[in-house]
Write a protein that binds this ligand. Sequence first.
Ligand code: KIV
Ligand code: ZN
Length: 513
Amino acid sequence: MNDKLIIFDTTLRDGEQSPGASMTRDEKLRIARQLERLRVDVIEAGFAAASNGDFEAVRAIADHVKESTVCSLARANDRDISRAAEALKGAARSRIHTFIATSPLHMEKKLRMTPDQVFEQARLAVRFARNLSPDVEFSPEDGYRSEVDFLCRVLEAVIAEGATTINIPDTVGYAVPELFGKFIRTLRERIPNSDKAVWSVHCHNDLGMAVANSLAGVKIGGARQVECTINGLGERAGNCSLEEVVMAVKTRRDYYGLDVGIDTTQIVPASRMVSQTTGFVVQPNKAVVGANAFAHASGIHQDGVLKARDTYEIMRAEDVGWSANKIVLGKLSGRNAFKQRLQDLGIELESEADVNAAFARFKDLADRKSEIFDEDIIALMTDESVTHENEYYRLLSLAQHSETGERPHARVALMIGETEHVAEADGNGPVDASLKAIESRIRSGAEMLLYSVNAITSGSTESQGEVTIRLQLGGRVVNGVGADPDIVVASAKAYLSALNKLRSRAERVAAQG
Ligand code: KIV
Ligand code: ZN
């Protein structure tokens, strides 16, 4: 059996389905480039038929990414599959990933189709997709809760139609490792033509077992592709986390006996980029990419690590990219050095005017912060006021006064469309006063679900503050992110970023429709 484990990243598709994690075309392209540097085998770039925005994002990624296979999701119908093929036209290597639900519950309640109808639709969809692409993946949605006999019938038929990868999703995160592993093994043993396809697993994390289930699918079931996302991003409790599954297979090669093609030194930069872009902060104790993952606080551990690292470390921090956290630019750095660094980070600006605007912002930041790290540059570039995306609301200036015993007061100047406005308000603290001043002018009526502040680089107070604000309005949830050495300014930027996202309402259809 093949000893390579294919890493299929779905951060830009399943990860993006997480409420508030939606990304612009340029943000997705930037992340796709990082995934390519990470050397993931397959990038699921989106769901081309969901909206024009999704189509354009898949197309842009297909046109730019050359090292990884680029994939688009498509429901099992001709229109979705044609849209996927169209968006993927420019790719060096492409894959169409088509799916239909096969569990009794989903077929009856959601699709309102009989099993025979689902069987036929799955078969025809794969046949149609194979006419457009030699690389076709099929997923029986809610596969783990499907009846084995029916699933075997469907999967045998789609393999006969030419499906090259069969992916078994645990859509609702119901599986437990041993049973999931055996489930995959049963399918492979019972389906006569199972050896004609690569077997893949796609696990959700509702019971915190997505990584364990995926690894059991590999070890017990013989799967040779794992679908995963950076930081485990995804709906509800998320998907299987790429960094955990990759480092488990690498660190325990003695047990799994498999190789992965990932450049692990790109893991932390990828994690930072995804969290800064989406506003989904990584918990400090998260395996591999959490800020504490390699921090030894207790005296006994520190002593041991100083004497011999492997007393308490099973992986080296630099092997997963932690050493990348170094000073890269400063106040005296010129435009060329800045432009080169952007390129190294995979950030492309459309015009020289955009580079000039970004450089001016960089200089402004370097005046206030002596050491500039890669994370600072990424934060600068995800700041919408630099990239000029969706920039209907824009912060011009902010002044606030707070003193012990007095109620804080803020005065904010902002652009709303083409017009400059000034607003003032009091609040419980300077951040509260500033956001109340903005809200008094914009009157969004949005409900704030989350406010969080993080240090972008080191834990020191010299770091930029990165603020994430999650707003909800009319059933829509968005995350805004803002970064600045002044956390009150970062908060105002994050608030305006979230309001801009609420304003640019996308016309997406539900992926599971
Ligand atoms: O979780 C799921 O079932 C999916 C499929 C579309 C693969 O994401
Ligand atoms: Zn999924």
